[in-house]
Design a protein around this ligand. Structure first.
Ligand code: PRX
Length: 582
């Protein structure tokens, strides 16, 4: 169904004058160096994301402003000013330094949304370390793969999360320290032998620290992301990413100094760092951090209680809110909300329109990836919304749609979504995998792996992914990562994993397995394999398993997930000429 364009008031008539009144005009003559002057920089031309997000505000006399309002899952509340943030992050930088951690070492953080997670991440950045945030719902295998690949030396974790993965810690030869954050003594078990207590270390640490002279090109954050083949790859970002995180926080999220901002993403995924940390705080904005998971009532309550003005969430969450019914939001005062944004998966046009009914405004979709580090295409407060479109590229970014030979196609035609390299938050490499990194750049374009089209007026429309990566609730899952775990089950001979449609999460993970000789495809065995997947992978485990006598393969022995997917969806099977002969 086609939806009508949702018009907007002229920018100068809007209650809050948008930071970007006209994206097309702003694009003309724009240079990224125009933004450099808005950042503070360190003496000598150095740049550090933690300085831009925290210390610069204190230096400018805004130390008393609230940076973080933490809402715990048991109803607790804590508030931290930029001055408090400066002290806590200085302390953690000193903790790492006292342990002998040096610039460039990889520090991984495995926690839920607790204030201490933010202190640890920004403290590590102050020291010049490279931060690797882990999704708090990961099981031992995804944690091991990421820390092993990047040679992590320190793990900062909550006690229960650490216990969940402790069996794999001996497999990490580079790991020197595990620091346990036992918030408010919630965990009653004694500290395991060899672990360090965050609380004890912080109590003894000085709150004075001189931020390391990181250059704009020094590494700051590593986020693992999935492809069709192989284990997840670590996309490496640099301090200079803050230029675009700051700018898109202004343009797309329209952050103004008095905003109360809430980003619902988990900090283990890139939205949780770029827009749950760097964009709001480089703009000096107060943000609410809610520890709890999804609940329609609890979420509306957060908006009402903290007078949230700008909100960044995801399509799965919006669909769950829609499912909860319109009578739920009607019981809350949500009138402070003035700009709602979404990312991570296609946002259904009906969800955009639902926003106009329940929140009196369209939900603004935007598009980017782990590799891009920041928003690339967006719907802006002052630009009419075409429901179903991801909006228009931000100033300073050129998006192209390419054909099979990687040449641009005319407006309106579908093709590969590509971007001209050179935007500030562009990833700098995949850790230990320069070859794969280089393979993403063809004919002067960065190839995103997505398919899209651009209409005559410059709006970008998502079509689909060009690979086998599964997008479940906005989280990318690489089939190989899941298959590797399934085939470790003693009964499994071969495994293939695909995403199947789901009304809420867009896709959920489904596994197909063939069994080794001597094993029967019983219901009990199916449940056992599902349990094995859950234990090892947790959130990214398959939701269902189907037995097959054998899996379709090419003549060279590669399993054809595409065929399984086509069968599952009842689609034409396409070219099967390379299929294995029986
Ligand atoms: O396929 C696109 C989808 O999510 C992928 C990027 O996922 P990730 O690297 O985990 O980063 C997620 C947060 C930015 C993209 O390649 N995607 C992202 N935004 C959209 C989207 N698909 C459709 N519409 C979007 N707005």
């Amino acid at each position: 169904m086609e939806y009508e364009t949702i018009g907007k008031e002229p920018a100068d008539k809007m209650a809050v004058m948008p930071n970007l009144p006209d994206v097309d005009a702003a694009r003309v003559g724009f240079q990224w160096t125009d933004i450099y002057k808005d950042l503070d920089w360190l003496p000598g031309g150095y740049l550090n994301q933690a300085h831009e997000c925290i210390d610069r505000h204190v230096n400018a006399g805004r130390g008393d402003k609230t940076a973080l309002i933490w809402v715990g899952k048991n109803g607790e509340e804590e508030r931290y000013t930029f001055q408090d943030m400066k002290e806590q992050t200085n302390k953690f930088a000193n903790v790492l330094q006292s342990l002998g951690v040096e610039k460039g070492e990889r520090i991984f953080v495995f926690m839920e949304r607790l204030p201490e997670l933010y202190f640890a991440i920004f403290g590590a950045l102050k020291l010049g370390a490279v931060v690797g945030p882990l999704f708090s719902a990961f099981g031992p295998d995804p944690v091991r793969d990421r820390m092993q690949d990047s040679g992590a030396t320190v793990l900062v974790a909550q006690p229960d999360l650490k216990r969940r993965v402790s069996e794999m810690l001996p497999a990490l030869p580079d790991l020197k320290y595990t620091i346990i954050v036992n918030k408010d003594g919630r965990d009653k078990e004694p500290l395991a032998k060899g672990d360090l207590s965050y609380e004890t270390l912080m109590a003894d640490a000085s709150s004075e620290f001189e931020i390391a002279n990181t250059s704009m090109y020094d590494y700051s954050v590593i986020h693992y992301t999935s492809g069709t083949t192989g284990k997840p790859k670590g996309a490496v970002h640099r301090h200079v990413a803050v230029v675009q995180q700051y700018a898109t926080g202004k343009w797309a999220l329209d952050l103004h100094p008095d905003d109360i901002y809430w980003c619902t993403a988990d900090p283990g995924w890139v939205t949780g760092t770029s827009y749950g940390m760097f964009a709001p705080w480089s703009n000096g904005v107060t943000q609410v951090i809610y520890e709890g998971g999804f609940s329609a009532r609890a979420w509306y309550e957060v908006i009402q209680k903290y007078s949230v003005t700008v909100w960044y969430t995801a399509p799965t969450a919006i669909r769950m809110l829609m499912k909860a019914g319109d009578d739920v939001p009607a019981r809350f005062d949500l009138s402070t909300l003035r700009h709602i944004n979404s990312v991570g998966e296609p946002l259904n046009p009906e969800a955009v329109v639902w926003g106009t009914k329940v929140f009196d405004q369209a939900i603004h979709d935007n598009y980017w990836q782990t590799e891009t580090g920041a928003i690339m295409v967006a719907n802006y407060p002052a630009m009419p919304v075409r429901p179903g479109s991801m909006g228009k590229p931000i100033p300073g970014v050129e998006v192209g749609i390419l054909d099979g030979e990687y040449n641009p196609v005319p407006a309106g035609e579908e093709g590969y979504l590509a971007v001209r390299p050179g935007w500030p938050s562009m990833f700098h490499t995949y850790w230990n995998n320069l070859e794969l990194y280089n393979s993403k750049f063809i004919k002067g374009w960065y190839i995103s792996g997505d398919q899209a089209k651009i209409d005559e007026d410059g709006y970008v429309w998502f079509v689909g992914r060009a690979d086998d990566v599964i997008n479940t609730a906005g989280h990318l899952v690489g089939p190989f990562e899941v298959e590797s775990v399934l085939i470790e089950h003693p009964a499994v001979a071969e495994a293939a994993v695909i995403g199947i449609p789901d009304a809420l999460a867009m896709e959920v993970v489904k596994g197909f397995v063939s069994l080794k000789d001597g094993f029967e495809p019983t219901e009990e065995l199916r449940r056992e394999i599902l349990g094995h997947g859950r234990k090892r992978l947790q959130a990214i485990a398959p939701r269902s398993i189907e037995f097959r006598a054998s899996l379709p393969k090419t003549r060279s022995g590669k399993i054809m997930r595409r065929l399984l997917k086509a069968e599952e969806l009842g689609l034409p099977l396409g070219d099967t000429s390379t299929l294995e002969d029986d």
